[in-house]
Design a protein around this ligand. Sequence first.
Ligand code: FDA
Length: 392
Amino acid sequence: MVHSVQTLILGAGAAGLMCAAHAGPDVLVVDHAKAPAEKIRISGGGRCNFTNMYTEPENFLSENIHFAKSALSRYTQWDFLDLVTKHGIPHHEKTLGQLFCDRSAKDIIAMLLAEMGPAKLWLQTEIAEVSHRDGAFHVTLTREGKRHAVVARNLVLATGGKSIPKMGATGLAYRLAAQFGHRVTETRPALVPLTFEGAAKAHFAALSGTSVPARVACNGTSFDEGMLFTHRGLSGPSILQISSYWTEGDTLSLHLLPETDLYETLRAQRTQAGGKALTTILADHLPKKLVQHLAEAWGLSGNLADQSDTALRALTERLSAWHVTPTSSEGYRTAEVTLGGIATEGLSSRTMESQHVSGLYVIGEAADVTGWLGGYNFQWAWSSGVAAGRAI
Ligand code: FDA
């Protein structure tokens, strides 16, 4: 069977559905999954952190840090928020400008499907072959055991990155882009827990489930958010954030309780409660399990009154510059996103169209644009999807 369409979108995720909503009437979206936008469904603990009120180009990583500016400025977080409001989807700010659905992430999927209007959606469809000749794309698909040939003037690569293969991530967009002469940058799992070996792993495993506010720094970047000890290492928002800036061999600097002047606080407590054990006082500020661990690892003992200013200074400096070296990350199995992707030099930042093949577009996570944790990655999917859709 041969089908002719104006635009074929590969991938019914966040970017693909958003693009379909803007790409005109003669659009076919295909995906091998059973349901569209599975990552939206599970995102934000089922409530989808759909954008961030403070979105700026600075919140994105890319070989070309300027690339995302155009699309982000022409379809902003406020545009997406207007759409959410127009559809009557109740939402709230959780923290740091992160906007979540009150009810369910399914509200966002339903909204996108409604916005797609007459565009067709084929699920459980395998993409077998893609070629380009005589100004058109020829794509062979398999659906319900039948082969379908689709001829399209425009082809949009929206199949995302490599994160969470169990959810259908395949890296197909990278292979297709390379086939059309695009360079693909080195890719790495990002927004991912970090893992440790040896003594550090054993120590962190003993603290598993404990969380603490921390400023985590690496390679000149730092994030102040919660940090969580796990059976295999460290996680929590501050660690997920810094994982995008970390590579094997790099050391992280952990500043526990970055908002508290612990030295002055402990000095003040020494005058009122000097008879109490140092560890008891520390447990007023840090989780008890962590204090017990540090007491053993760092040999903390005695009452607070026994601690000189120098000793308190040394202790608090240690808590503000605790150096740890992860061995690896949990990998694509749990990474929220893929860092890197289809190199931006081959794409128009205004339309996301290929500079090599007219009518070929790359949107969403497949491109080398990766957002911070906090709704930025969906905003990139919306902005890049709209940029391509409007250009088509
Ligand atoms: P996306 O991955 O959404 O869609 C790609 C589509 O292509 C999928 O439907 C897939 O099935 C399909 N596909 C892939 N290979 C194919 C093939 N070979 N053939 C056919 N179809 C194929 N971001 C954020 O801003 N806020 C948040 O709250 C979260 N939360 C979150 C939680 C978890 C657990 C994860 C894994 C990720 C997030 N993210 C997030 C990141 C966010 O989900 C991600 O950045 C976007 O979904 C990317 O949108 P895309 O449309 O580019 O890819």
